[in-house]
Design a protein around this ligand. Structure first.
Ligand code: ZN
Length: 473
């Protein structure tokens, strides 16, 4: 081992932006460890290039350590494998189970989006492109996964070991703590936060404290934002259910991300059902991915917070009750459209840009008795974003629709810690002892604001890396 060789890190994604998380560490022994392998999201032509050119040779990477299953952290793994990566992908059991369904879904989206993308490219006289990867690449990638539980110290080889701690952001989400040998009896500790969850989630544990580190790579999505004060989400939701389904006899359509948001809403309704406050109306969870994701959520008690464990000790199925129906079949989904009685439809995608929820919205948006309830972040250009902005007409499947339905939102839900919560999370370590702190996964102006807050908290050497920028460690 050449102890005199230096170690470095290169930021290959989520640098001054929020998606495409990819950070490449080269150890003194030239071992290459890639932290996350995320897809850059959003339909910009420059993003097409980011997702097709890694900027390094995938075959040269020895290990991937994956923080969590969100596509902006895991979505390029099948592409990495397609381009020659053949090492081990480490992640937690919860992340592995979510990746199985989310990467498959991503492969289908890649193929489905291509028609639209190539049409746009043809107009600009650009060449047609192939999908980033297909189902076979996903299967190959999944065969390289190795599951490691939280807090297990994993010695990978004589040069480095690592450990996961719970980040409380998504089922299976983890902070990664590496210990890398840099000389005789000398080590460097590197912590990558991945995405940090909020405190007080209804199902998941709070972000767990971790041991002192030398190098910190920290997310900064909400580096300049505080969440609104917690509202009583169950009371708000029940008020909307009462107005829409009982008083107006209409349909309540809730576009929701398949993983976590959907289960949070089902759990709220399950509690209301148990305490007798839910009116006896039909509820449909209409999305094959949401149905699978709920199955994964049921299987990972190791990620549950104590209060949720107490709840399931009394009600063994927190995601199921009379009147709640999971729908996977297309015909059964279409049958909801002709249903005349009031009901609640929870369906993906969360921004109403794709999936079955788009059909439900198209079928009911011109009915003033309908309510569309937005429960997550929507980009301004998405259908959800346009509805949230109050547009009076929108295009869906190429047709113009008048917005007569009521549009409401429950902003209480966010899977990311705000800046106060990140600072609280980092209190477990001594700021002055951190040699270098890198801010990733944030818009630049938020990162600049967050850097000031971190300086106030006693952190000293704070960097906001550019894409592809490399630093000695
Ligand atoms: Zn995430």
């Amino acid at each position: 081992m050449n102890y005199f060789a230096s170690m470095n890190i290169q930021f290959m994604g989520a640098a001054k932006m929020v998606t495409g998380s990819k950070h490449l560490i080269t150890t003194p022994n030239q071992t290459k460890i890639l932290l996350d392998c995320g897809l850059v999201q959003g339909n910009h032509d420059k993003n097409i290039d980011y997702n097709r050119n890694f900027g390094f040779d995938p075959a040269s990477v020895d290990y991937v350590i994956l923080s969590h299953a969100h596509i902006d952290h895991s979505g390029l793994l099948p592409r990495l494998v397609k381009e020659g990566f053949n090492g081990i992908i480490f992640c937690t059991p919860g992340t592995f189970d979510l990746c199985k369904i989310m990467l498959m879904d991503s492969a289908h989206i890649q193929t489905a989006d291509l028609g639209y993308l190539n049409k746009r490219r043809a107009k600009k006289k650009l060449q047609n492109i192939d999908p980033l990867y297909d189902v076979k690449d996903v299967e190959k990638a999944l065969s390289l996964f190795q599951q490691i539980g939280y807090d297990e110290n994993t010695k990978v080889n004589s040069e480095f070991s690592f450990q996961f701690t719970d980040a409380g952001h998504l089922l299976g989400s983890a902070c990664v703590h590496l210990k890398i040998k840099t000389g005789p009896r000398k080590y460097k500790r590197i912590t990558f936060t991945g995405d940090i969850g909020k405190y007080g989630d209804s199902i998941l544990r709070d972000p767990q404290p971790f041991a002192q580190t030398d190098i910190l790579i920290c997310e900064s999505t909400y580096g300049n934002k505080l969440h609104p004060l917690a509202i009583d989400a169950q009371a708000e939701l029940l008020k909307i259910v009462e107005e829409t389904c009982v008083q107006n006899k209409g349909k309540l359509i809730i576009p929701a991300f398949s993983v976590d948001r959907t289960q949070e809403i089902i759990y709220l309704l399950d509690q209301a059902h148990n305490n007798g406050s839910l009116p006896p109306i039909k509820i449909f969870v209409d999305s094959p991915l949401s149905v699978k994701a709920t199955g994964v959520m049921r299987a990972h008690e190791e990620c549950y917070r104590d209060a949720f464990l107490d709840y399931i000790a009394k009600d063994s199925d927190p995601f199921g009750f009379d009147n709640l129906e999971y729908v996977t079949d297309v015909e059964a989904s279409k049958a909801i459209n002709v249903l005349k009685e009031p009901c609640i439809i929870i369906s993906a995608s969360g921004m109403a840009e794709a999936g079955r929820v788009k059909h439900h919205i198209a079928n009911n948006i011109d009915n003033p008795n309908t309510t569309i309830l937005l429960v997550g972040y929507c980009t301004p250009e998405s259908l959800g974003g346009k509805l949230k902005a109050g547009l009076t007409s929108v295009r869906i499947f190429g047709e113009e629709y008048q917005v007569k339905a009521k549009i409401k939102s429950l902003d209480y839900y966010s899977a990311h810690a705000d800046y106060n919560e990140i600072l609280k999370f980092l209190k477990c370590i001594k700021a002055a002892k951190v040699e270098k702190l890198f801010l990733v996964h944030g818009e630049y102006e938020n990162q600049v604001a967050f850097k000031e807050r971190l300086l106030d908290a006693g952190f000293k050497h704070i960097y906001i890396p550019d894409l592809k920028e490399q630093f000695d460690l």
